[in-house]
Design a protein around this ligand. Structure first.
Ligand code: CDP
Length: 795
C-alpha cells in the first residue's frame, strides 16, 4: 500500500478533458482484469503449427552428431530443424544488438546450458514437445567457465573459438573519465574509501515469457510476425537484415505484453527459427517458451563485479571516484548497449555528487552462461552504477564519522549548479537533491529513528538500522548524435490524426508492456489540444500502422515519445488556430487559447471548440489550406533527462537469526511533471518491490559445471504482497527544462534507486559489529555469518 502525497502541479484541464496531473484510471485494465487481453498465445491462425526447442543439457560441449530420425518419425511432426539446416539458409548465426554474433541453433558447440540446439515443428504443441526426446545429440564435454574470473585465467578454455581473431574470453574493454586527474586526486586525498561488491545475476522474469507466431504467406511473401517485442520497429529492420527479407514485406505485431522489463529487447533464436520454419513450410508457426526456458536462456541482468573508491579531502568533500568493473556477459555479447557505450550508461556512477574527477574501467567476459546484461528496468547498467556510488557514499560517511544524510548534503550538486557537467561528461539537465532529501527525512522522521537507534538493541533484541540512497538517473535515450542501438539512431515518433468529429488516434513507435501508455499518452493530447483523453485512442506495436521508433525500455517512452506527442499536438494546434481564425472571421493574433477552445480576445462569446475546428478541417477549410488535421513528428531529444530521488529505509535486524524486517520505507521521487500521478505511483511501487526483492531474495546461481540452479519460481523468488513492505511515497517536482511538458522518465527509478537503501539500512544496523559489506541478496544466513565472532562495540 502507498501513502499518496498531494500533487504539487496545478491542473490546467478539467477532469472531463483530463490532461496532465489527473490520476486517470488505466483504461487498459478493463480488458486485463476481465481476461480480455490479447497476448501472443491467445492468437490462433488457420493451419497453425507449433514449435518446441531442444536445449543443451550441458554448459560447454562440442557437438559430435545430431540424429533427428526418431523425432521425424513421430506422428504429427512436420519438420525437425537443426543448425545444419539453418546454415543452408545462412541463418545458423545472427548478429546481436551489441555487434557480436550469436548461434541461432548450435552447429559446432553448445556454450551454455539451455542453448538452442534443434526445433520440432508439429501439429500440436504437446506433440512438438514430446518429440524433442527423439532427437539424439552426442556431446563431447568441455570444461565450463562459470564466472569472469575463471574466464580470464591464463589456462581458461576458449569459449568463442569460432570467432576470428578471438584469442581469449574478453568480450570488450572500455574506459571513461580522466585517469590522470583521478590519480592526482587520490594521491592528495586525506581519506580513501574502498568497496568491492558484487551485483548478482537477476532476471527480469516478466509474467508472460517470450514467444513468436510467424505467418509467412507463401503466395505474397508477406511475413506477419507476432512477437513479444519491446522494440517492434527495430526488430523489423534487424529481421530484414538478418533474414534478407524485403522490409516492406515484414510486419511485426507486438500485441499485449505481460511485462518486459528489458527481457523482450533482445532477438532470441526462437523468433528466428519460427520465422524460418514458417517460410519453409508455408504455414503459421507458433513458439511459446516455458517459464523455465525463459529463466534459463533469455536475457539475464547484472552479474557485475565492482571495485570502487572515493577520494575525500580534509573537509570530507569527495574529490574523485574510481571504478573497476568486471562483467559476466554469458556466451554471447547480446544485450542492447548504445554502440559508443560498451558498459552502458555506467557514467552515471558519479551520482548526485559534485566532484571534479572520475575514472571508470570496464571489462566484459564471455562465460558458459546464457547471454546477460540486459537493461532490467534500468538504462543500460544504471542500476549497478547507482548501487556502487550509494554504497560507497554510505561507507564514506561511516569511515569519517559523519551522519550519512549530512555527508550526502555536503557533497550534493546544489540546485543552482544545474545544468551540471558531471566528472564523466554527462550534462545533468536539472535537479534539487537537497529538496528531495529534506522531504524524505521529514516524512520518515529521521531524527526520531536516529534517537531510537542510539538507545541500542530494542527489548526484543533487534537492532535498528537506517539506510539512505539519493540516486540520480539518466533516462530517455537519445539524442541521436550519441545514442544508437545496432546503428539505429535513438529518437522516437508520434502520429496524431484528429478525425472530423473531433475524436483522435495517436500512433506511437514505442510499445507499452504494462506501463499504461494508452491511458497516459492520451492525456498529453488532452492537455495540448483540449480533446478529452477518453476521445483519444493510442495505438502501438504494429509496424505497418505506427511510425518508426526505437521502442520502450530504459524509461525512454515519456522523455522521447511523450515529447513527440506534445510537439505533434502543438503543430496541430497551430493549424487549428488558422482554422479558428477562418471560422470566427478574426485575425489569428486576436485569438486566445484555453484547452479545447479558441475565442476572440475581449469577446469570449465568439469562440469555436476544437471539435468545431476538426470538422471544419474536413468540411470548411479556407482556400489554399491543405485539408485534414493530422501529422507525424519525429523527436530527437537534445539531451537525456535526469530523474532523481531519496529513499530512506528503516529496518530492525535480529542478530541472533539474521532476519531483517522493514519498519519504514519512504521514497521521494522527482520525475519532473507527472502526466498521471497514479500511474507514476504504480511504477514506483512496482520498482520498489523489485528493488526489495533483489536486495534480499533473488539471485540466479550456477554450479561449478555451469548448471543453472533455480530456473523456476520456487527457487527464483518473486515477492508477493505477503513479504513486500508498505511503501510511503512522496514527490518533488523539478521539470526537465528541455522536455516540452517538463516530464522525465520514471519507469525504472525505484528499481535503480532502492536496492542500496535496503542494504545500507541492514549494514547501518550492523555498525556496532564493524560489518561494512554484505553482497546482495542480503539473506538472513549472510547477516548471521557477518556478525559471528564479532562482539558488538557497545557490548
Ligand atoms: O518507457 P517506459 O514507459 O517504461 O517508462 P516511462 O516513460 O517512465 O513511463 C512509464 C509510465 O509512467 C507511462 O505510462 C508514463 O506516461 C508515466 N509517466 C508519467 O505519468 N509522468 C512522468 N513524468 C513519467 C512517466
Amino acid at each position: 500500500m502507498t501513502t499518496v502525497e498531494p500533487q504539487s502541479k496545478l491542473l490546467a484541464t478539467s477532469p472531463e478533458i483530463c490532461g496532465l496531473g489527473h490520476s486517470r484510471r488505466r483504461i487498459e485494465d478493463d480488458r486485463f482484469i476481465q481476461g480480455g487481453g490479447n497476448y501472443i498465445d491467445d492468437i490462433v491462425l488457420p493451419g497453425m503449427l507449433h514449435m518446441a526447442i531442444l536445449r543443451s543439457p550441458v554448459a560447454h560441449a562440442r557437438i559430435v552428431s545430431i540424429d533427428t530420425s526418431e523425432a521425424e518419425a513421430v506422428e504429427g511432426v512436420v519438420a525437425v530443424v537443426t543448425g545444419e539446416l539453418m546454415a543452408q539458409h545462412n541463418l545458423a548465426w545472427m548478429p546481436t544488438l551489441s555487434g557480436d554474433t550469436q548461434a541461432v541453433l548450435a552447429t559446432d558447440k553448445v556454450r551454455y546450458q539451455g542453448q538452442e540446439v534443434a526445433a520440432v515443428i508439429a501439429t500440436d504443441p504437446y506433440i512438438a514437445r514430446d518429440a524433442l526426446a527423439g532427437i539424439v545429440v552426442d556431446y563431447e564435454d568441455l570444461p565450463a567457465i562459470v564466472n569472469p574470473q575463471q574466464g580470464l585465467a591464463a589456462d581458461a578454455v576458449l569459449i568463442r573459438d569460432e570467432k576470428e581473431g578471438q584469442t581469449d574470453n574478453v568480450a570488450y574493454e572500455w574506459e571513461t573519465g580522466d585517469a590522470a586527474a583521478t590519480d592526482r586526486a587520490f594521491a592528495e586525498a586525506a581519506n580513501v574509501v574502498e568497496l568491492s561488491t558484487f551485483y548478482p545475476r537477476s532476471h527480469p522474469s516478466p509474467l508472460e515469457p517470450c514467444g513468436a507466431l510467424a505467418d509467412v504467406n507463401p503466395v505474397t511473401g508477406k511475413a506477419t510476425i507476432y512477437l513479444t517485442s519491446q522494440a517492434p520497429h527495430a526488430h523489423r529492420t534487424l529481421f530484414a537484415l538478418v533474414a534478407g527479407l524485403p522490409e516492406q514485406n515484414i510486419r511485426i505485431i507486438s500485441p499485449d505484453l505481460g511485462g518486459g522489463f528489458g527481457n523482450k529487447v533482445p532477438i532470441y533464436p526462437g523468433y528466428v527459427v519460427a520465422t524460418a520454419a514458417s517460410l519453409l513450410i508455408g504455414k503459421p508457426v507458433k513458439w511459446i517458451e516455458s517459464r523455465s526456458e525463459n529463466l534459463i536462456s533469455t536475457g539475464f541482468a547484472r552479474d557485475y563485479y565492482m571495485k570502487g573508491s572515493l577520494a575525500l579531502d580534509a573537509d570530507n568533500r569527495i574529490t574523485a571516484m574510481r571504478a573497476e568493473l568486471l562483467s559476466d556477459q554469458g556466451a554471447f555479447f547480446a544485450d542492447a548497449q548504445p554502440t559508443r557505450f560498451r558498459a552502458g550508461l555506467f557514467h552515471i556512477c558519479t551520482g548526485s555528487y559534485d566532484f571534479p574527477a572520475a575514472y571508470v574501467k570496464a571489462k566484459g567476459v564471455f562465460t558458459n552462461k546464457a547471454p546477460g546484461g540486459v537493461a532490467y528496468r534500468c538504462s543500460f547498467r544504471v542500476t549497478e552504477a547507482s548501487y556502487l556510488i550509494e554504497r560507497l557514499v554510505e561507507n564514506a560517511a561511516n569511515q569519517v564519522g559523519m551522519d550519512p544524510a549530512e555527508f550526502r548534503k555536503l557533497n550534493f550538486i546544489k540546485a543552482d549548479q544545474f545544468p551540471y557537467r558531471s566528472a564523466t561528461g554527462f550534462l545533468y539537465d536539472s535537479g534539487d537533491y537537497h529538496g528531495a532529501m529534506d522531504k524524505a527525512l521529514q516524512m520518515v522522521d529521521y531524527d526520531h529513528w536516529r534517537a531510537e537507534q542510539a538507545k541500542g538493541p530494542r527489548a526484543d533484541g533487534k537492532l535498528i538500522g537506517i539506510g539512505l540512497a539519493s540516486f540520480t538517473e539518466v533516462v530517455g535515450a537519445g539524442n541521436s548524435r550519441e545514442y544508437d542501438i545496432a546503428g539505429l539512431k535513438m529518437f522516437d515518433s508520434a502520429e496524431l490524426r484528429v478525425h472530423p468529429t473531433g475524436k483522435a488516434i495517436l500512433k506511437l513507435g514505442v510499445k507499452s508492456q504494462g506501463q499504461g501508455h494508452e491511458t497516459t499518452f492520451a492525456q498529453i493530447v488532452a492537455e495540448e489540444l483540449g480533446i478529452p483523453a477518453s476521445d483519444v485512442i493510442v495505438v502501438e506495436g504494429d509496424t505497418d500502422n505506427t511510425p518508426y521508433g526505437l521502442g520502450t525500455y530504459a524509461s525512454r517512452s515519456t522523455p522521447v515519445a511523450g515529447a513527440a506527442t506534445a510537439v505533434i499536438a502543438r503543430k496541430l494546434r497551430d493549424k487549428a488556430r488558422s482554422l479558428a481564425a477562418h471560422l470566427l472571421e478574426a485575425s489569428e493574433d486576436d485569438l486566445e487559447w484555453e484547452p479545447g477552445k479558441f475565442s476572440v480576445a475581449g469577446a469570449p462569446d465568439r469562440s469555436v471548440t476544437i471539435q468545431d475546428i476538426a470538422f471544419a478541417a474536413y468540411t470548411n477549410m479556407p482556400d489554399g489550406m491543405e485539408p485534414g488535421l493530422e501529422g507525424v513528428h519525429y523527436y530527437d531529444p537534445p539531451n537525456m533527462t535526469f530523474p532523481f530521488g531519496t529513499y530512506v529505509v528503516v529496518v530492525a535486524v535480529d542478530p541472533e537469526t539474521g532476519v531483517w524486517n522493514v519498519e519504514r520505507m519512504v521514497a521521494v521521487d522527482d520525475c519532473g511533471v507527472r502526466i498521471n500521478p497514479m500511474v507514476v505511483e504504480g511504477q514506483i511501487t512496482g520498482g520498489l518491490t523489485e528493488g526489495f526483492a533483489m536486495s534480499n531474495m533473488q539471485w540466479i546461481t550456477f554450479d561449478d559445471d555451469g548448471n543453472c540452479i533455480g530456473a523456476n519460481f520456487t527457487d527464483y523468488l518473486v515477492p508477493t504482497a505477503w513479504e513486500t513492505p508498505r511503501f510511503e511515497l512522496g514527490e518533488t517536482v523539478t521539470p526537465s527544462p528541455h522536455h516540452p511538458i517538463g516530464a522525465k522518465g520514471v519507469g525504472e527509478s525505484a528499481t535503480v534507486g532502492s536496492p542500496a537503501a535496503f542494504v545500507n539500512a541492514v549494514l547501518d544496523a550492523l555498525k556496532p559489529y564493524g560489518v561494512t559489506n554484505i553482497d546482495m541478496p542480503v539473506l538472513p544466513h549472510r547477516v548471521w555469518e557477518a556478525v559471528q565472532g564479532a562482539a558488538p562495540a557497545n557490548a
